[in-house]
Design a protein around this ligand. Structure first.
Ligand code: K1U
Ligand code: ZN
Length: 175
């Protein structure tokens, strides 16, 4: 297992639509392991393949936050939202590709998602609370959408400008 570098906004790979996976092989299992390690290390509660530069429809998440509670690492391949609740929920979201920036985003409070597991089996589950917010945020990544795309243009531009500056500073520090 290895940590993979997380791509920072703005980057064209974070704006692109990812391709469905057609099979599960050793490389995919390796990618999922690396993504879970990268997510826990960040630390984060989710991570989508394009955030590590892989343009495939795969995401990992674990929203168990309680101290001492058993972890629930999940790997979702080709996830699809099959139902959304009318009730909506506001959560202050962050993103590992947009560090230190947070904003309220309104989304359906509950969603049903269908996906393929690493065992090749189709699964369906209803998510609520933070799990619902996180799975929608991660599926958005697979469609090239970021949480800042839900904000007013001015706020989005301000965050993007800060990120351009941050990336420039990081690049300078690397040289
Ligand atoms: O996709 C990502 O960039 C990961 C992101 C997921 C997410 C956060 C908040 C709402 C929806 C989706 C993160 O994990 S940001 C870090 C974070 O939220 C967190 C980190 C440590 C403990 C608890 C939360
Ligand atoms: Zn994100």
């Amino acid at each position: 297992m290895a940590l993979r570098p997380i791509i920072l906004h703005p980057d064209p790979r974070l704006k692109a639509t990812c391709k469905p996976l057609t099979g599960i092989d050793r490389d995919i299992r390796h990618l999922a392991d690396d993504m879970l390690e990268t997510m826990y290390n960040a630390p984060g509660i989710g991570l989508a393949a394009p955030q590590v530069g892989v343009m495939s429809r795969l995401l990992v998440m674990d929203c168990v936050k309680e101290e001492g509670a058993e972890a629930r690492p999940m790997v979702l391949i080709n996830p699809e939202v099959t139902w959304t609740s009318e009730e909506r929920n506001v959560y202050e979201e962050g993103c590992l590709s947009i560090p230190e920036q947070f904003a309220d985003v309104e989304r359906p409070a509950e969603v049903e998602v269908r996906w393929i597991g690493l065992d090749g089996e189709e699964k369906t589950e209803r998510f609520d609370g933070l799990w619902a917010t996180c799975v929608q945020h991660e599926i958005d990544h697979l469609d090239g959408r970021l949480f800042i795309d839900y904000l007013k243009p001015l706020r989005r531009q301000m965050i993007t400008r800060k990120m351009v500056k941050l990336k420039r500073e990081k690049e300078r520090a690397r040289l």
